[in-house]
Design a protein around this ligand. Sequence first.
Ligand code: SAM
Length: 207
Amino acid sequence: MEDNLHEWCLLEYCHMATFIRPYNLYFTNLSVTAEILFKNSEILKETNYLTENIINMNIPMDKICLLDPASNQVLEPADGDTFEYFLFGGILGDDPPRDRTAELRRLGFPTRNLGAKQMTTDTAVHVTKRIVDDKVSINQIPCIDFPEIKISKTESVIMPFRYIAIPDIHKSTLQTTNNEMKQNIVPLLPSGMFDLLKKDGDMAFEF
Ligand code: SAM
């Protein structure tokens, strides 16, 4: 877990609690300041938030699967029966990725990957849930890479991550050249992320 919890991380964590039952989510290795933020959040206070390190929690290591982009094994539905816990680096994505998941890898957990592209942490948790809980294989989960998000009429930001793709409810289906109907898709972002991107974009132009 990062020492400083960026607003971006908090939105991702709140988002996780919308598709995973909060009491099934454990946030470990929190700083004392982060612990206070969790306590004061309506959604996050329902999760398990601990300053304890995962290593000191007396869970057998072979029951914990580290989601690691560098793993040579893809996560499969059957892994839901093998493992009891799925561990994610509570770190902000970076471009190019600095492989900070290595800090957890060094501890010796079994690992699985979710494809070669870096996902945001909430996306990685969501995709893992779809695979191990809903028993959907990874190639059946629609994804969108490096989406461009328009934050005003003239500005947009490219998010250098892979997201789950959902139909765009504001746009109708597209007709392709071979007369197939194709749905417009957008990335599944945490609630509040669009406003945060807009705010961060505005700040970049303030002197
Ligand atoms: N940039 C970070 C790095 O270099 O390790 C990755 C940060 S990613 C935003 C946060 C966490 O999501 C990772 O530590 C990992 O647990 C999980 N994750 C993201 N993409 C993944 C992928 N393609 N396969 C497996 N895990 C992934």
